[in-house]
Design a protein around this ligand. Structure first.
Ligand code: G3P
Ligand code: MG
Length: 243
């Protein structure tokens, strides 16, 4: 069965990486959420995609230069301001984990440390996962594959998966060098054969970002491990219809 992971929450309909987007994803029947994490200047884990706050908030500057308090004063729905009058806030990973106590969502944490190498991001995330005993509900992904290896050393029970956007030769072999149980490739580089063979080797395949109905249908038909989509509600409805 293909599981549905909401990319930055239900980011096609709500401001990305906000509690509103995660709640909407869960309410639409998605199996889980994907989110991006970085560190503030005072070492707090925050959920935001870009290294700067410029695109998604009413502020400007690098995430790493804000304290948590100053970051949370920003409006996190600036890219959606025509639709949402109510201000959203950049959440911390703790806030997301607290919300997860009341649901069964899986959480795919993308470590956004491929541009800025945040010190100890892996350790901080692992500590929080252990504190909440969420090991079995987590998938850790990153474009920084060394960071995934580090994560696996710190927290061997947590699932990891490399993100990549260029063709890879025998991705199942590459995954095994990282002790990763899955791969998160860009959708357009994955042929049906590549998906099938990778899964036959016991490696889960979760392509991103799957927004078109025809792509969703193809992946559901292949019984692909998961899809990562901005439109979880649309994916859930289509999956129901295809049963
Ligand atoms: O995890 C899938 C996807 O989020 C990777 O790319 O840039 O949207 O974080 P990006
Ligand atoms: Mg991401």
């Amino acid at each position: 069965m293909t599981i549905i992971l909401a990319h930055r929450g239900s980011s096609g309909t709500k401001p990305e990486n906000t509690m509103e987007a995660f709640i909407a994803a869960e309410q639409s029947g998605a199996d889980g959420i994907e989110l991006d994490v970085q560190l503030t200047s005072d070492g707090e884990i925050v959920v935001i995609h870009d290294t700067t706050v410029d695109r998604t908030t009413n502020g400007s500057g690098l995430v790493k230069d804000f304290t948590l308090t100053s970051l949370q004063k920003l409006k996190a729905n600036d890219h959606f301001k025509h639709f949402f009058k109510k201000a959203s806030r950049i959440p911390t990973l703790i806030e997301v984990f607290e919300w997860m106590k009341d649901n069964t969502c899986v959480c795919n944490i993308e470590l956004k440390n491929n541009i800025i190498p945040y010190e100890d991001l892996e350790k901080k995330v692992a500590t929080l996962i252990r504190k909440y005993s969420y090991e079995k509900r987590m998938i850790i992904s990153s474009f920084n594959h060394s960071s995934l290896q580090k994560m696996k050393e710190i927290c061997p029970t947590v699932e990891t998966a490399p993100l990549y956007n260029q063709l890879l030769y025998k991705p199942w072999e590459y995954a095994s060098t990282l002790k990763a149980s899955g791969i998160h490739p860009k959708l357009r580089i994955m042929t049906d054969d590549m998906i099938k063979t990778t899964m036959e080797f016991g490696v889960r395949v979760r392509p991103y970002t799957v927004n078109k109905r025809k792509d969703m249908k193809r992946l559901f038909q292949l019984n692909c491990s998961a899809i990562i989509t901005d439109y979880p509600e649309k994916a859930v409805r289509l999956k129901e219809r295809m049963k």
